[in-house]
Design a protein around this ligand. Structure first.
Ligand code: AHR
Length: 487
């Protein structure tokens, strides 16, 4: 049995909607094929963008989408992706599979995608191989309504008014694929580049500096010390890679030990967020600078027979549990975590959507986002969990993860039973509960949705009862539930 105490008088603050963001890179079939098929495709599309994928993104109220990379961002020259599509320069995607891209998906197409989805764009500018002028003019192209050659060029390309992009990344993984910089050097580069990313009219940028790779405390310390004054956000990248880089797990064939290693790895982001946040506190005690976890998720071996550079992996209930564990942690750290972007949206790593030609499936991870969407912009509530431990001596996790929030006369509780085999009775103490409705996602730990056979989805859930000040919930093995409690 597990006990959860929800404390309405205790809160870390408002859960930023941007925690439920996503990331789409020019990598494998994320953009080309997964999102963008071109106007002439037989796959239903609007302006070249797949309608099924857009509808799925809308249904989870995706709040923000990061683009164009990733490692790709530091080799991307935005001018190659504007103007008539048939005249755009071709490029070889040296990071991901060495394939030729025709740049038919560029700035206008990305902004059109965001318009269709109803989400905010988050663009990462090129610091690794691009100039300051190039980055500065991209911001001008996007956000200025002044009379300049750059703005006239945008108008000639069919867009009269500025878009007003807010979230702006200054480089990606500058410690690695973005330029192998030292933090001292990057801090100075960041200061210069961001300086020429101007504010046009009311379009104030939210500037995001490149943060640490996992547990690199020194990077956070040096970049915060030298550049916190001119940033709004600092990123953090963290992947769950059971087995390690050289012996990665397979996505759908794995043992219980692998399952627990994966969940323990995902849960470790709690320690990292706490550690980096404490360093940030030294220079930013008021928590003005947001932590932007703009890449997170599982990283497994690619599916057999697929291009190793495309990072295509299936997605099981294990991934759903990773999503639940991670999102609960981000919710609880909402005093510092302002944005998170799962890697990635379609066909890459822990994808929420998979496509094969005209077919699309929604992954178990997608349904976790669906179950969690009411947390967006809600007041986080203290959520104390007394649960037994699961797993092995080496890889142990609490049996249940949960988070709670309050908005518009409802408390939303999301809870997951991480036990792959056994159901659990969960007693939630929450005085004043009126009516309760529930939804659930459940399956075997290695179950997944495939093309033509997609059994996993959210369903109505009512295996609970209100007993005075408590709600008793019977959580099936390997399940994620959402309870909406009227108060
Ligand atoms: O998401 C795949 C890659 O992982 C990104 O391009 C890079 O930023 C990270 O190393």
């Amino acid at each position: 049995m597990t006990r959860i105490h929800i404390r309405r008088g205790q809160s870390a603050g408002t859960i930023s909607r941007y925690i439920y963001g996503s990331f789409s890179e020019h990598l494998g079939h994320c953009i080309y094929g997964g999102i963008f098929v071109g106007k002439d495709s037989s796959i239903p599309n609007v302006n070249g963008i797949r309608t099924d994928v857009v509808e799925a993104m809308k249904a989870i109220r995706m709040p923000v989408l990061r683009w164009p990379g990733g490692c790709f961002a530091d080799e991307y020259h935005w001018r190659d992706g504007i103007g008539p599509q048939e005249k755009r320069r071709n490029m070889v995607n040296t990071n991901w599979g060495g394939v030729t891209e025709d740049n038919s998906f560029g700035t206008h197409e990305f902004m059109e995608l965001c318009r269709q989805v109803g989400c905010e764009p988050y663009i990462t500018g090129n610091v690794g191989s691009g100039t300051m002028q190039e980055m500065s003019e991209w911001v001008e192209y996007l956000n200025s309504d002044g009379d300049s050659t750059v703005v006239r060029e945008r108008r000639a390309n069919g867009r009269q008014d500025s878009w007003g992009v807010r979230f702006w990344g200054v480089g990606n993984e500058s410690w690695g694929c973005g330029g192998i910089m030292r933090p001292e050097y990057y801090a100075d580069v960041y200061r210069r580049y961001q300086n020429f990313c101007r504010q046009y009219g009311d379009h104030k940028l939210y500037k995001i500096a490149c943060g640490s790779n996992g547990g690199d405390a020194n990077w956070t310390d040096v970049v915060m010390k030298n550049a916190a004054f001119c940033m709004d956000g600092l990123s953090l990248h963290y992947y769950t890679i059971p087995g390690g880089w050289n012996n990665k797990n397979k996505a759908i064939v794995f043992t219980k030990e692998d399952y627990f290693e994966t969940l323990a790895g995902a849960a470790d982001i709690d320690r990292l967020v706490t550690m980096h946040s404490e360093i940030m506190d030294k220079y930013d005690p008021d928590k003005r600078v947001g932590m932007i976890v703009d890449e997170w998720g599982t990283w497994f071996e690619v599916e057999p027979g697929t291009n190793p550079g495309f990072l295509y992996q299936q997605n099981t209930m294990r991934d759903a549990m990773v999503a639940a564990v991670s999102l609960d942690i981000f919710n609880r750290h909402c005093d510092r975590v302002f944005m998170a972007n799962i890697a990635q949206t379609v066909n890459v790593l822990q994808a929420i959507i998979l496509t094969k030609d005209e077919q699309m499936v929604l992954t178990p991870t997608y349904y976790v986002f669906d179950l969690y969407k009411e947390h967006m912009d809600a007041k986080e509530l203290g959520c104390e969990i007394e649960a037994g431990k699961l797993g092995t001596e080496k890889f142990s996790v609490p049996g249940v993860t949960a988070s709670a929030s309050e908005k518009d006369g409802f408390i939303t509780v999301t809870l997951s039973n991480l036990d792959p085999d056994k159901a659990d009775d969960v007693v939630i103490s929450l005085p004043g509960a009126g009516g309760v409705t529930g939804r659930i996602l459940q399956g075997k730990m290695d179950e997944f949705n495939d093309f033509g056979n997609a059994p996993l989805k959210t369903e109505a859930f009512s295996d609970f009862e209100i007993r005075g000040d408590e709600i008793l919930v019977r959580m099936p093995a390997c399940s994620v539930a959402e309870l909406r409690v009227k108060i």
